[in-house]
Write a protein that binds this ligand. Structure first.
Ligand code: NA7
Length: 546
């Protein structure tokens, strides 16, 4: 009798994760004739959209932009209900994609990839899963996502808590009953800002534990006008082209003005007010001024505008001061909301400043700060993710000479990738929206489609040219990493503690891991590299046939 442990499954490609990345990667590789299997730890497809089921969860990129464009038919037959879709609608969409393209037969759910070791001798990846399977693949592809490894701060005493606790990124499928409960929310990032107004009405009392006050602008979400959707769909090709070659991965038609400092205070006020009334982060970022993230003075004009709005909305001036952000606007993940600041006018909502009075421990009854104990029935951790590298480090990935990815990137002086797609020493391993690509500072589905298509084309190229080893060259990644850092350092992004820099996770090295040169220019760079026979990568043939 054989058991799973004895049987080695041989495949062309193994893909981690069944979110946007994994679904499309599977589709492309299967279409190209490669045997491919996707492994997903959760019990359904959808990636972060399967797990982020917390109340208020929705996308803050516009729905018509936040989807796939590889299939015109798919794009045209799916109808988004609102400008900003809620989590369940995006999850329905991804399930629809899985069904439409018959993807499920090659997706193994409830299965986590625990290890992936490159065997140089046979030029294959040996892959282990948590249910005991061993796989052997030519290509190991991560679609694990940039924001999927939950960051639960290591507070003393969490195990002793008598109530319920949840992290927003692993929200249960069953409804959490907040009615009549004393609830504590730790964290005021984009998640906390969505969740807080969504549960405030239901709870008995809500205590928000805030470390950094945030700038947030109104989302002004609304149902889509069918006429608008029709127009976009009728112009699909142009829409797709614009989206792919734009700076942020959004096909934005409104041009920002060059500098906030060239306008008079009255002109600026008028522009900011119009953006505030229109709503959404994109109205500020893409449609006001180009120098907001590179010039401190320009940035302050918008920061001051939002602070003024907070003072107008929050009735208690002392509370308003506690909510006052001071960092450079946009250098932490920009946020949009529905009634966030308004929620603090409610009688049953209070704010605790845990920067001034830090959390000391979780007790059986609640949370103790240096100021005293807050008794709670439920604690919600809206404390974000070990971003960019966390999901990769959860897998024991080993390249040549048994070197782990963590050893190469974290114990070495710097994460280094070439184009955020591959890293030297790890042949035939690809990362979809990996560190040092535009990833989370772009419209992510646009970036995912670009990476998936590039990777799939590359694997086809290797097959056509009878090569079976693909590896980033050290000098190319050295140069790319340096370029990424230089681009980032010319902005204000590196001047603020944020998860973009890993500053939210205790002990994580502080490094900016997102390419800020823009989606369009980045796409052109990747295409140029491919057109030159994958310049900067080493392509060869191993003696043994893989
Ligand atoms: P974020 O943006 O990382 O926000 C996490 C929040 O939790 C933020 O306010 C943090 O404060 C706070 N935090 C983290 N650790 C602690 C500790 N130890 N004590 C108190 N407060 C803490 O995560 P989100 O889930 O909101 O958003 C992540 C992305 O997911 C989002 O951008 C979307 O792209 C999807 P800090 O600001 O670090 O002081």
């Amino acid at each position: 009798m054989t058991n799973k442990k004895d049987k080695i499954i041989k495949l062309d490609a193994v893909v981690v994760g069944a979110g946007f990345s994994g679904l499309y990667m599977l589709y492309r590789l299967r279409e190209a004739g490669f045997s491919t299997r996707v492994f997903e730890a959760a019990d359904g497809v959808g990636g972060v959209w399967h797990k982020n089921r917390y109340p208020g969860a929705r996308c803050d990129n516009e729905s018509i932009d936040y989807n796939f464009t590889f299939s015109e038919e798919l794009f045209k037959e799916w109808n988004w209900s609102h400008k900003f879709s809620e989590q369940s609608e995006i999850l329905d969409y991804l399930n629809y994609v899985a069904d439409k393209f018959d993807l499920r037969r090659d997706i193994q759910l409830n299965t986590r990839i625990t290890a992936a070791h490159y065997d140089e001798e046979i030029n294959r990846w040996n892959i282990q899963t948590d249910e005991g399977s061993t796989l052997s693949a030519k290509y190991f592809i991560s679609g694990a996502g940039c924001l999927s490894a939950a960051n639960i701060p290591k507070f003393k005493g969490l195990d002793s808590f008598d109530g319920e606790w949840y992290h927003t990124g692993n929200w249960p499928k069953e409804k959490v009953n907040f009615k009549g409960k004393r609830v504590g929310v730790i964290g005021t990032g984009s998640t906390g800002v969505q969740l807080i107004p969504a549960i405030a009405e239901e709870v008995d009392h809500l205590t928000v534990f805030q470390r950094t006050p945030q700038y947030s602008v109104p989302a002004r979400n609304h149902p889509y006008d069918p006429e608008y959707l029709k127009q976009v769909k009728d112009n699909f090709s142009e829409f797709k082209r614009k989206r792919r070659y734009s700076f942020g991965g959004f096909p934005n038609d409104v041009e920002a003005r060059p500098s906030a400092l060239k306008d008079t205070p009255e002109e600026r006020e008028k522009l900011y007010e119009a953006a505030w009334q229109k709503g959404a982060v994109s109205s500020f970022f893409l449609e006001t001024y180009e120098d907001l993230t590179v010039n401190e003075e320009a940035n302050e004009t918008l920061a001051a505008f939002i602070r003024k709005k907070i003072r107008e909305i929050v009735k208690d001036p002392e509370l308003a001061e506690k909510l006052m952000p001071t960092y450079y606007y946009g250098t932490k993940r920009p946020i949009q909301d529905t009634n966030y600041y308004e929620t603090y006018n409610r009688e049953n909502v209070s704010l605790v400043d845990v920067k001034a009075k830090p959390i000391v421990e979780i007790t059986p009854k609640g949370i103790r700060t240096t100021d005293g104990e807050y008794e709670l029935d439920i604690i919600v951790f809206a404390t974000g993710y070990d971003a960019m590298t966390g999901s990769l480090f959860k897998i024991d990935i080993r390249g040549k000479d048994g070197i782990t990815l963590k050893e190469k990137w974290e114990d070495g002086e710097q994460v280094k990738t070439y184009l955020g797609i591959a890293t030297s020493g790890f042949p035939n391993m690809f990362m979809i929206t990996g560190p040092e690509s535009p990833s989370v500072l772009s419209n992510v589905p646009t970036s995912i489609e670009q990476h998936v298509e590039w990777i799939s084309d590359c694997i086809e190229y290797l097959r056509e040219n009878e090569m079976n080893i693909f590896e980033a060259k050290e000098e190319a990644e050295e140069e790319w990493s340096k370029h990424c850092r230089e681009v980032a350092e010319a902005t204000l992004f590196t001047k603020t503690d944020s998860w973009y820099l890993g500053a939210n996770v205790a002990g994580k090295p502080r490094r900016f891991l997102i390419y800020l040169g823009g989606v369009g220019p980045y796409r052109e760079k990747c295409s140029e590299v491919a057109a030159k026979g994958y310049e900067g990568f080493s392509l060869r043939s191993s003696l043994k046939k893989a």
